[in-house]
Design a protein around this ligand. Structure first.
Ligand code: ZN
Length: 323
């Protein structure tokens, strides 16, 4: 069984799955103080219901949402959306930062002013076992980041806590990596040393790379390649992403690839109507429907079989979540 926003679902029933999509990406203290300039709660909830309903009508039954602390995770809003649309949304726990921990966490834990046990392990375990933020929605996977700066001391604390949570509960991990800096290697080295089952790790944003040697090396260690930013052309164009996935499928790696967009219904990195218009003009394909409408036909054109597409979109997500 896989925990989702609406409760447990049989892994065999996840169906076609997008493995890295956000519903909302928000900055809560900006939202609280300046949200009146760009945020309309009712409008945004209705918009999310509409976007997810259209995605469901295209045959996608599940989205896996790695929105954690640092990206404005707020499950009551997601649950409100999900009550209006028949789609599985898988929630995460973990912490999103490119470098430092929030001050509250810097001041406690091993080696800190207040000392004590690593508080994040307890936080993550609670989210997996009891529910997130007072809701009964449980996290079904873990999310962290290893960016350009690598495993800074604060990042190391986060990933140690994620690894400990994985060892205790078996829930899988998705890591945001920087493909230009090849940080997927650091991630797998760290997790291997921490006793993590690498077949339960998605190297997120691996698909920003077209370096087949880098990608094969990650997959050969058992990890899954997150080809998960289709439509974000500034990191890699759709044509090149398609060519890379097709090449890997041709070499027998379909069972180590998942597909997604890293899109959202609303992301306040581009807050306000004008910024949203600019974003749309710069990345018109960065939305939930690009894979179904454009990428899958292009993959078939490039020689990827229907069976390989099913492997990437149905079987690999099921295996990742333990089914
Ligand atoms: Zn993301």
């Amino acid at each position: 069984m896989v925990e989702t926003v609406r409760g447990p679902v049989d892994a065999a029933d996840l169906g076609t799955t997008l493995m890295h999509e956000h519903v909302f990406v928000l900055t809560p203290d900006l939202l609280a103080n300046y949200g009146h300039e760009y945020w309309d709660e009712e409008l945004r909830v209705a918009d999310a219901v509409d976007k997810l309903s259209r995605l469901r009508a295209l045959g996608v039954r599940t989205i896996v949402d790695p929105t954690v602390v640092g990206l404005g995770r707020y499950l009551p809003r997601v649950a409100r959306v999900n009550a209006e649309v028949d789609i599985n949304i898988v929630a995460a726990t973990g912490l999103y930062t490119f470098d430092e921990l929030p001050r509250q966490l810097q001041s406690r834990g091993p080696g800190s002013l207040l000392g004590g046990e690593e508080p994040m392990t307890g936080m993550f375990l609670r989210d997996v076992r009891e529910g997130i933020g007072g809701t009964d929605v449980k996290a079904a996977f873990l999310k962290g980041v290893v960016e350009e700066k690598g495993l800074t001391p604060d990042q190391e604390r986060i990933h140690r806590a994620l690894a400990a949570t994985h060892r205790e509960t078996g829930v899988p991990i998705t890591v945001h990596t920087n493909s230009e800096h090849r940080t997927g290697r650091l991630v797998l080295d760290f997790y291997e040393a921490e006793g993590v089952d690498l077949t339960k790790v998605v190297v997120g944003h691996a698909g920003d790379s077209n370096d087949l040697d880098y990608l094969r090396a990650l997959a050969d260690r058992g990890a899954t390649l997150g080809c998960d930013r289709f439509g974000l052309d500034r990191y890699n164009t759709t044509d090149r992403r398609v060519a890379t996935v097709a090449a890997l499928c041709g070499e027998g790696y379909a069972d180590r690839i998942v597909l997604s967009h890293d899109a959202s219904c609303y992301i306040d990195f581009y807050a306000g109507a004008e910024a949203q218009r600019t974003l749309y003009a710069a990345a018109p394909n960065w939305h939930y429907e690009h894979i179904t409408r454009d990428v899958l036909p292009a993959l078939r054109e490039a020689g990827v079989t229907d069976a390989q597409i099913t492997t990437m979109m149905v079987d690999n997500p099921r295996r990742y979540f333990g089914g």
